[in-house]
Design a protein around this ligand. Structure first.
Ligand SMILES: [Zn+2]
Length: 116
């Protein structure tokens, strides 16, 4: 599926990288909230630094996989989704941001761009 993709952001190995990135974001123990950050560079490799982009990629992959692998990946992603929902804070301004606001993982409070 990755190899046959025409989507710039879906390339060989990306599912594994996106999953690792998602897991790493939620890794720090404790209850302190986590804030997604924009990636410093918009190429398809660096974009994965933004956990929300990593989750976008996982969504694309999920939609394209055949049923069995999709169910398998969905189980892993949904476990992480629950943790993400717990560890991030809702963004009160989300309804006023038209871009990508249909994806719930973007409607969370974020930190600014990397390095600001
Ligand atoms: Zn880059």
């Amino acid at each position: 599926m990755e190899r046959l993709s025409y989507d710039y952001f879906v390339f060989p190995g990306v599912t594994d990288r996106a999953l690792r990135r998602y897991r790493a974001f939620l890794q720090p123990p404790g209850r302190r909230p986590r804030f997604p950050r924009e990636a410093g560079c918009s190429c398809r490799g660096c974009s994965l630094d933004d956990v929300r982009h990593a989750r976008d990629v996982l969504e694309k992959v999920l939609r394209r996989l055949p049923p069995r692998p999709r169910a398998e990946l969905a189980r892993q992603v949904h476990v992480l989704d629950r943790r993400y929902a717990e560890r991030t804070l809702p963004d009160p301004l989300a309804p006023h941001r038209p871009w990508r606001s249909n994806r719930w993982w973007w409607r969370r409070q974020a930190d600014g761009p990397e390095g600001t």
